[in-house]
Design a protein around this ligand. Structure first.
Ligand code: SF4
Length: 166
């Protein structure tokens, strides 16, 4: 009984902390919904070789778990990068295109193969964050880039196909 009480107390404290962050965010200048949080390229281990990664962090409404009644995971601050309002599909796609278009020349000219990593606050496959339509448009964009070895998204690793240097 005592453990349940202390668990509830912890959940309550966590919710309060999260709420303080969200209130602070609401009072700040809104974050641009058509630009990703960040993106970068760096060396990485691919399946059987050393290659590079292109990583992009998309700005979405935020993790459903963190925005829900339990306040999310205690160690996670991803919600601070989120918008907390719904980000339209077209803006999510614009974010992705902005990042990839910015690096596409470097990726194409690089002798290494690449892995693509897409992250957002919670899950790429949560419809509350990223709609089917946005995901489809992102897949189509990825399909047009013949240098990506596989794709890794938070919560799920999908090996789409193997595109080697052509
Ligand atoms: S983004 Fe992941 S780690 Fe962070 S609160 Fe949500 S489920 Fe937890």
């Amino acid at each position: 009984m005592k453990n349940i009480d202390s668990d509830l107390l912890l959940v309550e404290k966590l919710k309060n902390l999260r709420q303080r962050v969200l209130t602070k965010q609401h009072n700040m200048k809104p974050k641009p919904s058509d630009r990703p949080v960040t993106f970068w390229m760096k060396k990485d281990r691919l399946m059987n070789e050393i290659g590079k990664e292109f990583t992009i962090i998309l700005r979405t409404k935020g993790c459903s778990w963190a925005l829900g009644k339990y306040g999310g995971c205690t160690m996670c601050g991803y919600i601070q990068d989120a918008n907390t309002e719904v980000v339209e599909a077209k803006n999510i796609v614009t974010q992705f295109n902005y990042g990839i278009n910015n690096k596409i020349k470097e990726i194409s000219q690089d002798k290494d193969n690449f892995v693509l990593k897409i992250f957002n606050s919670g899950s790429f496959f949560d419809d509350n964050e990223i709609s089917d339509d946005a995901r489809l448009q992102i897949y189509e964009k990825i399909e047009s880039i013949d240098k990506l070895l596989n794709i890794i998204s938070k919560n799920l690793k999908i090996q789409i196909c193997e595109f080697y240097n052509r």
